[in-house]
Design a protein around this ligand. Structure first.
Ligand code: DOR
Ligand code: ZN
Length: 350
């Protein structure tokens, strides 16, 4: 890394949590990620979900077919865990390098999660096989019990599901995806190995007031839902100090505006386009630019046991504010870009 007041050279980043969807939407959103990322962990919550090694192989081919040969971008596929998932299929897909990880969605926790896991004990045999093979489990960590307040669902998940699961499988490599609370930060900080967490740009730069005060703003609605300010501050401390257990997963989750602005609007923030510029500004504001590379380019690869990328990117700071376009146009309709509501002076130099 080379760092000077107005320029930063860092190893090219990766995105350890990304939704690229399929078909026309995929064609439109992929370039927003491969502009700055070398690799991305691709979420499997399509309709129908990517539940088998064969589904993942075909999905990887569809993604690669959208990317020109001269572009260096590697999609890292995941399987959507269900109570019907067969351990042999997971292990074989991992050994054949078709998948990098398995995603656990509690049934009903979020977008396209209805085929997820209802009874966690039902998937323990698969988790046992993953633990033996070193296959990472990526967790959407929220309980779905309607009795539990939506703002408490992550903390309750840690206590009721994650802690017992980790007791049972201490060697299983786990990533708590898109953490949003100080409880999740503390939980990760208490563990020395086999546990890490991704953090999104949006949970780092906005809190729930932005979504709910002065009018309801559906483009800030995501799951886990934005939390109050002390949680955001805990996430900033976790992300910006160079701790290897926390790394970037944008959770960029595009939905057409017609699905967001709706009687029952979809959860998801589309932030892939300017994720790095937003994070550079955040780290700069925190006087922690020296730790940006660790968060966006190094720690995730290290957790997954992958080499660092060979290419670099150059970030430069100018006096002119970055203008973030409002919409990405697709042949299916518009998708609204995440507005970080802060002044951004950093840009990626081509
Ligand atoms: O806000 C979200 N959107 N959270 C998720 O967990 C899923 C995602 C999506 O797929 O739209
Ligand atoms: Zn996600």
């Amino acid at each position: 890394m080379k760092i000077s007041p107005n320029q930063l050279v860092i190893i090219k980043p990766d995105d350890w949590h990304l939704h690229v969807r399929d078909k026309e939407i995929m064609k439109a959103v992929l370039p927003e990620s491969y502009r700055w990322a070398s690799r991305a962990i691709i979420m499997p919550n399509l309709v129908p979900p990517i539940t088998t090694g064969e589904d993942a192989r075909l999905y990887a081919n569809r993604i690669k077919a959208c990317i020109d040969k001269d572009i260096n971008f590697e999609p890292l596929l995941t399987l959507y865990l269900t109570e019907e998932t067969e351990a042999d299929d997971v292990v074989s897909a991992y050994r054949k390098k078709i998948i990098k990880a398995v995603k656990l969605y509690p049934a009903g926790a979020t977008t396209n999660s209805s085929n997820g896991v209802r009874n966690i004990n039902g998937v323990y045999p698969v988790l046992g096989a993953m633990s033996e093979q070193g296959i990472p489990l990526l967790i959407h960590g929220e309980v779905t019990d309607p009795q539990i307040d939506i703002f408490d669902r992550e903390a309750v998940f840690i206590e009721k599901i994650l802690a017992p699961l980790r007791n049972e499988f201490p060697d299983l490599k786990i990533v708590m995806e898109h953490i949003t609370t100080e409880q999740a930060v503390s939980y990760v900080l208490n563990e020395e190995k086999n546990l890490a967490a991704t953090i999104t740009p949006h949970h780092l730069v906005v809190n729930r007031n932005v979504m709910l005060s002065g009018g309801i703003k559906p483009h800030y609605y995501c799951l886990p839902v934005l939390k109050k300010e002390p949680h955001r501050l805990a996430l900033i401390r976790a992300a910006t100090k160079g701790d290897k257990r926390f790394f970037l997963g944008t959770d960029s989750a595009p939905h057409l505006d017609s699905s967001k602005i709706h009687d029952c609007g979809c959860a998801g923030v589309f932030n892939a386009s300017f994720a790095i510029e937003i994070l550079a500004q955040l780290f700069d504001n925190e006087h922690e630019l020296k730790n940006l590379e660790s968060f966006v380019s190094l720690s995730g690869a290290e957790f997954y046991g992958l080499p660092h990328n060979r290419e670099n990117i150059i970030l430069s700071k100018s006096d002119k504010k970055l203008e973030i376009p409002k919409k990405l146009q697709t042949s299916e309709g518009d998708i609204t870009l995440f507005d970080p509501l802060m002044s951004i002076y950093w840009r990626i130099k081509n």
